[in-house]
Design a protein around this ligand. Structure first.
Ligand code: ADP
Ligand code: ZN
Length: 739
């Protein structure tokens, strides 16, 4: 056998298992013509059959003499990744240290499942009822009833007796039976129907100013990363849409990423109106069949503008020329399960590979992106203030310590806020109230022993949900009844600590009687569609006040909101995470930015126990750049991202000792691999020490050189293979949260 022939006999295949290597399979003669990178195949894997994806073909046969197994079949009807997306999965596997198979599985659409199917029957040309014997009455009747022009009709529309005659007719070749999936409703149509189209607007001078370099970059068809930085309400959306319009007019494709689609039904509706028959939606709230069909429409080139959440960064858009990442700072771009990629960062990687323009936009950019812009790696586009010179809202900070002194108790709604609410509603305007915590009470505290009622499985306090009369752990979802006494010391009077949105809603109803109030958080929106329904009712002015968690802070554009209240604004500053200040600043600025977007100016009332905290002050003055300058100095001094790369490794096990032993072993391997060039912290207990009954140890590895860092972690993980089980490990490159 010649070398060439032997090489044509093998392919390397990615298989959806958590093993970080490709597998070599022999290619049978009959499949050789049909194989190329990206081809979906069925392969034997242990005792199972799996759907694999060809990564390289042909490859040389490995020389270790191991008997290779054979690819069984190509899956010709299965979706296949275009070359650019297949390449992106390679980046994901290498950079985020996951298996290529897991990366490919993330990029592929979900299996559509059986879904609703319908059997239809049609006449074959030349079928003649008179050719059948007279006694075959049912068969003759079927041939007579079916449309002569061969149009298919549902099998169910035939009389039952006639239906039973169909298989025989099919065997005789007189009729054809087809099985087809019932068309599913295109979610874009629903989104468009739910909103009325806004008339076109003329770009403002500021918008034209930033559109010029964007247009030039789009025409140049070269990789060009931009950061669009403009205050809340400065009209960034219009810039994204104009840029998209330009690409679509030139026949190119656009990816438009948003943090969470459910929170922006109005935006999606507007986009659908503006680009009829060009939009495909891709996000996880769609049914699997809908996602599959959207994906296929995009792959076939029928839709060239994809609007979606983070996984849409893998959408098979052909001729991609522009990727928009709206609210690029948002934590939802980070996937918190394997593969732990960041959709915003992948957008930049993909744009580079495909020579496209990538446009990140925010009023409060992530420190990462603003640092890139400062260093000249991204081109900074400033949009400045609000459209039509609408003023930014005025912000008043209420000192809750003084409120406490005055009333001798903590009232969740301060007097200034209640007065502002009454005035706002009195003028017929709307208000938002943010409390970034669900439930009635965040914890139950025993005043005698000082213990909190905590989850049996996690080292966290349980939240009291009064309406459901359940204590619930927000990490593992474990539930318990309200304890009659302190589980630790038996004392009977437990104190409720930390008001959540449920409690605030109740307080609001008392403070502004008669107001139409609705709550928006994960508890009230568990049922599908409720979230959109509440937001739409608020937009239609059927509600006066919306109270909720960060869900109410995101991207909404309600012109009649003139008041925003923020409760416990400074609380999240105490979270043991280097991003605590950044996240607090972003949330405060974003929610404040919901006020005064229409004709009336807006006002924000911020309640804090530490009103002098610089982050609260900077958010109140909406001064992002001052915040950036301050925060970046901390990050530099403490060597945190974006000035260093960071990998977080969590080692978990039911047995604390074992987790510690494994963590030590891995730390040792990391020290060896780092050759003194990585900054290692830990192992030590993770900030949340126990989740779902598993003890957690954590190691943080940092280095200015990201490639070197990832390479060293990779080497260390290889070194402990066989000693530390991979199921006990969780590797997070560029983590968003450190808890
Ligand atoms: P951002 O995304 O920057 O927070 P938006 O894009 O939502 O801001 O715009 C804020 C408001 O200004 C919206 O109500 C939008 O319709 C309006 N707007 C944007 N551009 C224009 C324009 N060129 N002319 C008139 N109104 C505009
Ligand atoms: Zn728990």
């Amino acid at each position: 056998m010649s070398g060439g022939r032997r090489e044509a006999g093998c392919a390397s295949v990615a298989v959806p298992v958590p093993v970080r290597r490709l597998f070599t399979y022999r290619v049978p003669e009959r499949l050789r013509e049909r194989l190329e990178p990206g081809t979906p195949v069925r392969v034997p894997f242990g005792p199972r059959r799996l759907r694999g994806t060809v990564i390289e073909y042909p490859v040389p046969e490995p020389e270790d003499g191991v008997e290779l197994r054979e690819i069984e079949a190509t899956l010709d009807a299965a979706p296949r990744l275009p070359a650019a997306v297949l390449g992106l999965t390679g980046f994901v596997a290498d950079y985020y240290l996951c298996s290529r198979g897991d990366a490919v599985a993330t990029a592929l659409p979900p299996d559509p499942g059986g879904g609703s199917r319908e059997r239809r029957v049609r006449l074959r040309p030349g079928a003649d009822p008179d050719a059948l014997p007279l006694r075959a009455r049912a068969r003759r009747r079927v041939l007579e009833t079916l449309p002569a022009d061969g149009t298919a009709v549902p099998l169910g529309s035939l009389a039952p007796a006639d239906r039973r005659a169909v298989p025989a007719l099919a065997r005789l070749g007189l009729v054809a039976v087809e099985d087809r999936a019932l068309p599913v409703a295109d979610p874009v149509d629903g989104a468009a129907a739910a909103v009325t189209a806004r008339g076109p607007v003329e770009p403002t001078a500021a918008q034209r100013e930033v559109l010029r370099p964007l247009g030039e970059a789009i025409e140049a068809e070269r990789f060009a990363p931009f950061l669009l930085f403009g205050a809340t309400g400065s009209g960034k959306t219009e810039v994204y849409l104009r840029a998209a319009e330009r690409v679509l007019a030139g026949g190119g494709g656009v990816l438009y990423l948003v943090p969470e689609i459910g929170l922006t039904p109005l935006l999606v509706g507007q986009i659908a109106h503006r680009f009829p028959n060009q939009v495909a939606l891709l996000h996880s709230a769609l049914s699997r069949r809908q996602r599959f069909e959207s994906w296929e429409r995009v792959r076939r080139g029928e839709r060239r503008l994809v609007v979606g959440t983070r996984s849409a960064v893998f959408a098979p858009v052909a001729g991609l020329r522009l990727i928009v990442v709206d609210e690029e700072q948002d934590g939802s771009y980070k996937q918190e399960e394997t593969p732990r990629y960041n959709g915003r960062d992948l957008a930049v990687v993909r744009a580079r590979e495909e020579h496209a323009v990538v446009l990140l936009g925010s009023a409060t950019p992530s420190l990462e992106s603003f640092q890139h812009a400062t260093a000249g790696r991204y081109r900074l586009l400033r949009l400045g203030g609000r459209v039509e010179r609408r003023p930014l809202p005025t912000v008043d900070v209420v000192d809750m310590r003084r409120e406490f002194e005055r009333h001798g108790e903590i009232r969740p709604l301060s007097e200034p806020l209640v007065i502002a609410l009454r005035e706002c509603l009195g003028r017929g305007e709307q208000a938002l109230v943010l409390r970034n915590r669900r439930g009635w009470a965040a914890a139950l505290l025993c005043p005698r022993c000082g213990e909190r009622v905590s989850c049996r499985q996690c080292s966290l306090a349980m939240t009291w949900h009064r309406a459901e009369r359940r204590l619930r752990c927000h990490t593992c979802a474990l539930e318990a009844p309200y304890p009659e006494a302190c589980p630790t010391c038996g004392a009977e009077e437990l104190k409720q600590l930390g008001e959540g949105t449920e409690r605030i809603e109740d307080d609001l109803r008392r403070a502004v009687p008669g107001a139409r109030i609705e709550r928006l958080d994960r508890d009230t929106t568990r049922r599908k569609g409720v979230q959109q329904a509440i937001l739409q009712r608020f937009a239609r002015r059927e509600l006066d006040v919306l109270v909720g968690t960060q869900m109410i802070a995101k991207g909404h554009d309600f012109p009649d909101v003139t008041l925003v209240g923020v409760l416990s604004a400074d609380q999240s500053l105490g979270i043991p995470d280097f991003r605590a200040a950044e996240r607090t600043f972003q949330l405060l600025t974003q929610v404040a930015g919901r006020a005064g977007r229409g004709r009336q100016p807006g006002r924000v009332v911020v309640q804090a126990f530490d009103p002098e905290h610089p982050v609260v002050g900077l958010a109140a003055s909406q001064d992002y750049e001052a915040f950036f300058d301050r925060e970046i100095r901390y990050r530099r001094a403490l060597r945190y991202p974006p000035l260093t790369g960071l990998v977080r490794i969590t080692i978990h096990d039911r047995e604390e000792l074992r987790a510690r032993e494994w963590a030590e072993r891995l730390a040792e391997a990391l020290r060896d691999a780092s050759a003194g060039r990585l900054l290692l912290a830990g192992p030590g207990p993770a900030p949340i020490e126990r989740i779902k009954g598993r003890h957690r140890q954590q190691i943080l590895a940092r280095s200015a050189g990201r490639r070197r860092l990832v390479g060293a972690v990779d080497a260390a993980l290889a070194a402990v293979e066989g000693h530390v089980p991979s199921r006990a490990l969780q590797v997070d490159v560029d983590p968003y949260s450190l808890l």
